[in-house]
Design a binder for this molecule. Sequence first.
Ligand code: IMP
Ligand code: MG
Length: 464
Amino acid sequence: MSSRYRVEYHLKTHRKDEFIDWIKGLLATPFVLHAVSHDEEDTEDLTTSQRVKSQYAEILKDIELLISNKIEFDARNFCNDENYLNESSLGRSRLNLLVPSIGTFFTPLPLEKAFLWEDSVKAISARRMVAPSFNDVRRLLNTAQIFHFIRQKRLGDKNGKPLRLVTFDGDVTLYEDGGSLITRNPVIPLIIKLLKANVFVGIVTAAGYDEAKIYERRLGGLLESVHHCTELTWQQKRNLTIMGGESNYLFRYYETAEGNEGDESFNNEDGEETENNQVCGFEPIDRSTWILESMSKWDGSDIQATLDFAQKTLKTLKKRLILPPEVTIIRKKRAVGIVPGRVIDPISGEEKVIRLAREQLEEIVLTLQSTLENYPPAKRIQFSCFDGGNDVWCDIGGKNLGIHALQQYYSPENPIDPAQTLHVGDQFAPMGSANDFKARLAGCTLWIASPEETVDALTRLTAD
Ligand code: IMP
Ligand code: MG
């Protein structure tokens, strides 16, 4: 069957989040049936809003219960191999039956409470013309996740599972696409607040470089602020890391003795000395100390063959899609990407970055992903293809592995639980076109749409 519906459905699934769409659909019913006031009187209008509000809240309470039911169900069935392998509906939670592509929930989500809070700020139930949207639901899920962690903080280590690790994507999450983390970025004091609360912080970015210099430049504002922060102990400062190239390069914050004069706790550290004369920076951490067992089994020749094949595919696509000659294919040790390049603007005479069309980017990333999925060496390792907004990359590894490696690296004796891990990122569209998506396999997530949203979420998360 190749009806238009089917073609469109298949070609757009990479952009849809089935769970969010499903919630949106459920909220559309009270909106359609009850968000209409036939009376012009103000009091009637208020009654309408209240009626719609309680119906939205009721639906969200039901979804909250379905999530809790799924968590219990999965916990039971993971312990029981027979049930876990059972494909029939008896072996699946009710939420899995309603939303087949649903992933794992590591924590319950107080959705009703989150809705009442969102509604008090955004007046969702007062809207008569615009139904609850994708972004309303995305923010609602974020708020519920934040409320969950605020509650865990209150319960403490003994009775709850407070946050232990927060990881951030770079571009669009901490700074604008292609930008840098400058000193006055309001996210910096919030990251410092996390460190101060003994939370481990990792920047898990696709941007992959095997040298610290570029990270030190792009994250210069954070580096400087952490260095000058007198409220952080040496150990707390050391709890800041960068996982670059998704899961390929690990760097950790350091200060030299000169940069830390008078701080006794520095002298008590595990005796690590750096040859560098720099006062502070990120030092590379030897791969053997943090790499996951599954990654260490990958064959170098499979990695090279996968990158060669991805490079060849990108070359073919550049030709097939008649992309401008300035568009360049970049090959790195652990990644290959296609980047737009620059041209002289005929009107202003200034140099500007070529903008690739959305359709071109999507065609490239989807072709790359599906080509590699069928390539035997690529099947033996893990890779991530994604559309970065104006470039497309294939990286070896993935953010799930990067976060998982941090969970073990920071706490080898007692690895950090996914239920105590939170990844903040902007790229959560389903597999094949976004790279934060895989972070969902390793912990809880916040799906933000701009650096401002990251600041807003962290402000609430770290509020005293
Ligand atoms: P993220 O949002 O922090 O994960 O960074 C994604 C962006 O990093 C991409 O859109 C690219 O522009 C840039 N980038 C630089 N080097 C690499 C690489 O080796 N792999 C993937 N992305 C890279
Ligand atoms: Mg990003």
